[in-house]
Design a protein around this ligand. Sequence first.
Ligand SMILES: Cc1cc2nc3c(=O)[nH]c(=O)nc-3n(C[C@H](O)[C@H](O)[C@H](O)COP(=O)(O)O)c2cc1C
Length: 349
Amino acid sequence: MDFPAGRPLVSSPAAVLDAMMARGAAFLGTRYAILGGAMSWVSERHLVSALSNAGAFGVIACGAMMPDRLAEEIAATQALTDKPFGVNLITMHPNLMELVQVCLDAGVGHIVFAGGIPPGPALKAAKEGGAKVICFAPAFALAKKLVRSGADALVIEGSEAGGHIGPVSLTVLAQEILPGIRDVPVFVAGGIGRGEAILSYLEMGAAGVQLGTRFVCATECVAHPNFKRAFIRGAARDALPTVQLDPDFPVIPVRALQNEGTKRFMEHQAEMVRRFKAGELSKEAAQLDIEHFWAGALRRAVVDGDVENGSVMAGQSVGMVTQEQPVAEILSQLMDQAAAALRQRSERI
Ligand SMILES: Cc1cc2nc3c(=O)[nH]c(=O)nc-3n(C[C@H](O)[C@H](O)[C@H](O)COP(=O)(O)O)c2cc1C
């Protein structure tokens, strides 16, 4: 076969990567199909704008913010970047509809619903207001249902991730969900710390990736120096899910670095179960007390720097966080690693 003169037969790895990321990047309006996963107290104006300015997609973590506070954070982020960014809303927030309206009024282009399947009216309001809606899909059946309900993109997050987690690893979720969902872009999250992994998930059909842990030690991130130091010291095996002591008292699994707080949580559960069995507390009161143990604990670690008693939410990729670096440097390292892996593969063939 003849090829036009002067045109290279093989594209550069960077160009191939761009092509593999094209669908996800077009959906986000970014250079790279990489989302900075929203992290409560961490993903505020500085980290979010730095991610978007560097070519990725920053996402503000609304967490428990009330509508006025969210409006202020969005405006402050818009003052720092003219690039697209999103807002992550927790579906059980009591003011969810107002928060959606705040995003729409501010012209936020992408709303990420997290923490459960979004209520129909919130999803409808977001879409009718012109925003693209991104939802978390914890299983294939739910992924299909979310697409039918109007989700414009999905995130599948494996149990390797930091923070609140489901039971299934990304390795398995990716195999179960990526081949079956073609109508909308699917971004994968959980345990991604290097470019080689990004390349592999793109090859499996992901439109892009979402990373959280890897961006905590960004220079632009406002997390307390103690929080960042804990990440730099931490190894994959230190980032463990919370353990439920008694089958009758459910505990939502949260992956975090082990510390005094995680030890005390076990003792606290044991004490509440003991008091319930001794008739000193009702079951509801004991359960509520167990749930309240971690209230405010992420803020204590991220903002106040109490990494002994606070909740140091971190994913298993924490072992790949070795220094504080600007966001742009982290992104170019990830892209270089992906490009090098692609080059090596083509040399092996
Ligand atoms: C400290 C911390 C806080 C987080 N807070 C949230 C949150 O508020 N909402 C949410 O949807 N995900 C939250 N996540 C999950 C991230 O958005 C992201 O999906 C996850 O970190 C990806 O996995 P990785 O940490 O292995 O990269 C949090 C993760 C961390 C580490």
